[in-house]
Design a protein around this ligand. Structure first.
Ligand SMILES: *[C@@H]1O[C@H](CO)[C@@H](O)[C@H](O)[C@H]1NC(C)=O
Ligand SMILES: *[C@@H]1O[C@H](CO)[C@@H](O)[C@H](O)[C@H]1NC(C)=O
Ligand SMILES: *[C@@H]1O[C@H](CO)[C@@H](O)[C@H](O)[C@H]1NC(C)=O
Ligand SMILES: *[C@@H]1O[C@H](CO)[C@@H](O)[C@H](O)[C@H]1NC(C)=O
Ligand SMILES: *[C@@H]1O[C@H](CO)[C@@H](O)[C@H](O)[C@H]1NC(C)=O
Ligand SMILES: *[C@@H]1O[C@H](CO)[C@@H](O)[C@H](O)[C@H]1NC(C)=O
Ligand SMILES: *[C@@H]1O[C@H](CO)[C@@H](O)[C@H](O)[C@H]1NC(C)=O
Length: 461
């Protein structure tokens, strides 16, 4: 069971590295090109010439020169690189960096000499370490009834953005930019491609038409991608007694055009509190409490600029006429939920013929469903964030996550699990790694224990 978990993690790692443009290890050569790009954390091999002697130096971005390795064939011991993160394999004269760091970027110079110490050649190589592209996120908002703006963000160094669309041709001018402005004719899917020198990644979102000019307040819509209700959400006491608003969203609550009303909230600790007491005869408009609520006296609308979780509760409204006779009372259940975000999908091979897909997301009251484009998902653990798949499954699977206020999905492409032999060999490797870790731990323990024993004996003497 434990072994399977470890295998799953290794497989996920392979998935994550699929966006890299160069195979691990990256091999850079002084003789090929003078530019070399390596991803942060990647392994680098740097073959040295087969000369009698050479000096390898780095000039970092502060123009400081630093000797990394001085090699003379006549030396009795192989030379040790400085910093020791570099290793020098003397058999095949290769410099190896196990995990490249940003500080390894710089200009590398190599001077070679013959046995007599005469200069034979000099070479230069520019090494650039870049963090690979990750977490490509897309969102869009309606700027005005006709115009929408699509945003793309990603982590990584020296990012270049590019856009494609399945239904429309995109305006070329904004290519290479992380935002894209579209007119209302645009719908369907847009894809943001992000690349740098070491990796490539992309993400796709489906655009829905912006609301027409009859919906007035669309300009305040922020990047609420995936939200089910337009900002502001309008809840009303006469419609339904349930109202769902996303955390941070704006809420409008129209009040009746009566002479008097009292608006109260009963929160989840059953505490009742008066929010607004309105009397038409008052000279000054009443002030809501808490002051996060605003009361628009002109159109009798209560406005909450940014809903908080503690605004959830049962709202009651009692209306009376000018003489104080009860005219009506209403109840509204207000529910504030954090929108679905950060939907991640990944999978691991449990054995050579069974894969398990996982989906995770942030947000309140999440519900998960799965769909597949090529297979019908039979072993569906619906409403669950994990999914077991047998080996007939391949192609794309999509995890849909929704709650009352939003809906987001994410798709992953399934690759067949490695065959039986590969699985068994990886399995064996894991066993061997675990065993060697155990033996290592035992040796260290033994050594410390013996040292302690010796010290105790000495103290006893
Ligand atoms: C040099 O030897 C190292 C260690 O055995 C190996 O990882 C590397 O691939 C070799 N490089 C070449 C160019 O053969
Ligand atoms: C390096 O080689 C070039 C010609 O290839 C030569 O002009 C230059 O002087 C050399 N630099 C050193 C430091 O020897
Ligand atoms: C519900 O209330 C709103 C505002 O108070 C009002 O504009 C609307 O006409 C009412 N709807 C119905 C069906 O009574
Ligand atoms: C009421 O007025 C406020 C402030 O001007 C406005 O934001 C809101 O949209 C109005 N509500 C209605 C229902 O007209
Ligand atoms: C509700 O939460 C907000 C922010 O978390 C806080 O400022 C406010 O005091 C809270 N209100 C109540 C009534 O607890
Ligand atoms: C979700 O999956 C887990 C593990 O497979 C299982 O224990 C749990 O009962 C499932 N939950 C539902 C709601 O199906
Ligand atoms: C999965 O989706 C991606 C992106 O939409 C697409 O490029 C790929 O061809 C799909 N794979 C299959 C097997 O349909």
């Amino acid at each position: 069971m434990r072994i399977q978990v470890i295998f799953g993690i290794l497989w996920i790692f392979t998935q994550a590295a699929m966006g890299l443009l160069f195979q691990d290890p990256v091999v850079c050569r002084f003789t090929e090109s003078n530019q070399c790009y390596v991803a942060l954390g990647q392994r680098l091999h740097l073959p040295m010439p087969l000369e009698d002697g050479f000096d390898l130096k780095i000039i970092d971005k502060t123009s400081t020169h630093h000797l990394i390795l001085k090699y003379r064939k006549t030396q009795s011991n192989p030379p040790k690189p400085n910093p020791p993160r570099w290793q020098f394999v003397i058999d095949n004269k290769t410099m190896i960096l196990t995990s490249a760091e940003r500080s390894d970027s710089g200009t590398y110079t190599l001077d070679t000499t013959d046995a007599k110490g005469t200069l034979k050649g000099n070479y230069t190589l520019q090494l650039n370490i870049e963090a690979e592209v990750s977490s490509v996120k897309l969102s869009y908002s309606c700027l005005s009834p006709g115009v929408m703006k699509v945003y793309c963000s990603a982590d990584g160094d020296n990012l270049r953005f590019n856009w494609t669309s399945d239904l429309n041709t995109l305006p070329q001018l904004e290519n290479g930019n992380s935002t894209l402005t579209l007119n209302k004719d645009h719908h369907g899917k847009v894809t943001c491609h992000v690349e740098n020198h070491v990796s490539y990644n992309y993400n796709t979102t489906e655009l829905h038409p912006c609301p027409g000019p009859t919906t007035a307040v669309v300009t305040s819509t922020l990047s609420n991608d995936g939200l089910l209700f337009q900002d502001p959400v309008v809840c009303s006491f006469n419609q339904s007694n349930q109202c769902y608003v996303a955390l941070g969203q704006r809420l409008h609550l129209p009040m009746p055009l009566e002479d008097r009303f009292d608006l109260k909230i009963t929160d989840k600790t059953s505490t009742s509190r008066l929010i607004l007491k309105y009397r038409k005869t008052q000279s000054n408009p009443p002030k809501p409490n808490p002051p996060r609520w605003q009361f628009g006296n002109d159109n009798k609308t209560m406005i909450l600029t940014s809903a908080e979780r503690n605004d959830s509760g049962t709202y009651t409204l009692d209306t009376t006429d000018a003489n104080g006779n009860l005219k009506g009372n209403y109840i509204l259940q207000l529910n504030i939920e954090a929108a679905v975000s950060s939907v991640k999908v990944w999978y691991g091979c449990l054995s050579f013929d069974v894969a398990k897909a996982h989906c995770s997301a942030d947000g309140d009251n999440l519900r998960f469903t799965w769909t597949a484009d090529l297979n019908t998902i039979t072993q569906l653990e619906d409403a669950n964030s994990t999914l077991l798949l047998d080996k007939s499954h391949h192609g794309n699977i999509t995890c849909h996550v929704e709650n009352h206020v939003s809906r987001v999905r994410n798709t992953i492409e399934l690759h067949p699990c490695p065959g039986f032999m590969v699985f068994v060999s990886v399995w064996l490797c894991e066993v061997i790694i675990l065993l060697s870790l155990l033996v290592g731990a035992f040796c260290i323990y033994n050594r410390i224990y013996r040292k302690q024993k010796i010290t105790e004996n000495q103290e006893a003497l």
